[in-house]
Design a protein around this ligand. Structure first.
Ligand SMILES: Nc1ncnc2c1ncn2[C@@H]1O[C@H](COP(=O)(O)OP(=O)(O)OP(=O)(O)O)[C@@H](O)[C@H]1O
Length: 237
């Protein structure tokens, strides 16, 4: 397969009924690491992730993967803030993305069991996915995203409204995926999580990239007054 990265974003923007949801933004993503997108409510974090993933239509600019867009799409996954479960068992939820990629049922089941084990859902394979708790559903959504071995995973607030334990378990899965070479691009409201996971940070304000920096630099010495205020927990508008 060809390389997906660098992912180059040039003056890309997405609008809805004349309102700019995100952009124009210029960004460049290399193949490794975790990028964390932060910013106040409504800053455009979800819209940026959807634009990069290709599910929000561009109304200007360009997003170019090193390979073709179709090939890149095949190697991506997206994890939503509120997991969307198939109304089937945990096992069927895990098997589904493999089956639609043509993997035979026996192999898909084996992989499903390995992934259930990894995210702590091994004892729940026969449970109906919608009956799982919020944390369990999010772990299932994560396993279902990673089971196809994607090159890049977008995650929109993957731990919103989860307790500390579920968050830690999810972060462990994410760190393992990152170490294994999966490129992660995620949003979070939780600055503790951003500090734990980020290799680099995009600080969005009013749909635009206000700061984009190496995580250590951003957290230690944010360049802008709004960046400093945001990290202090002040209201930034
Ligand atoms: N479908 C839509 N139609 C109209 N406006 C929208 C739509 N989706 C998002 N917006 C608006 O676009 C802006 C950016 O929204 P977005 O959800 O991307 O921000 P966010 O940073 O993810 O916010 P939050 O932290 O609250 O999840 C907001 O002002 C939002 O109200």
């Amino acid at each position: 397969m060809s390389a997906l990265f660098p992912l180059v974003v040039e003056a890309a923007k997405t609008t809805r009924r004349g309102k700019v949801l995100a952009g124009p933004v210029d960004l460049r993503f290399e193949a490794e690491g975790t990028t964390v997108v932060i910013g106040p409510n409504g800053a455009g974090k979800t819209s940026l992730l959807r634009m990069l993933h290709g599910t929000a239509r561009l109304s200007g600019g360009r997003i170019s993967w090193a390979c073709g867009t179709e090939e890149a799409r095949h190697h991506q996954a997206f994890v939503f803030q509120r997991p969307i479960m198939l109304r089937r068992s945990v096992e069927e939820n895990l098997i589904y993305p493999l089956r639609i990629r043509g993997i035979d049922r026996a192999e898909a089941r084996e992989k499903a069991h390995q992934w259930a084990q990894r995210v702590g859902l091994a004892g729940m394979m026969d449970r109906a996915a919608p009956s799982l708790s919020g944390g369990e559903q999010q772990k299932l959504a994560l396993a279902r995203a990673l089971i196809t071995d994607p090159k890049v995973v977008f995650l929109d607030e993957p731990c919103a409204s989860l307790d500390g334990r579920a968050m830690r378990e999810i972060e462990e899965v994410l760190m393992t995926a990152r170490t294994g070479g999966t490129r992660l691009i995620m949003s979070t409201h939780d600055m503790g999580q951003a500090r734990r996971l980020a290799d680099d940070v995009i600080f969005l304000l009013h749909g635009k990239v206000h700061e984009c920096a190496d995580a250590a630099n951003f957290f230690l010495t944010p360049r802008t007054q709004q960046g400093r205020a945001f990290l202090r927990g002040d209201i930034v508008e």
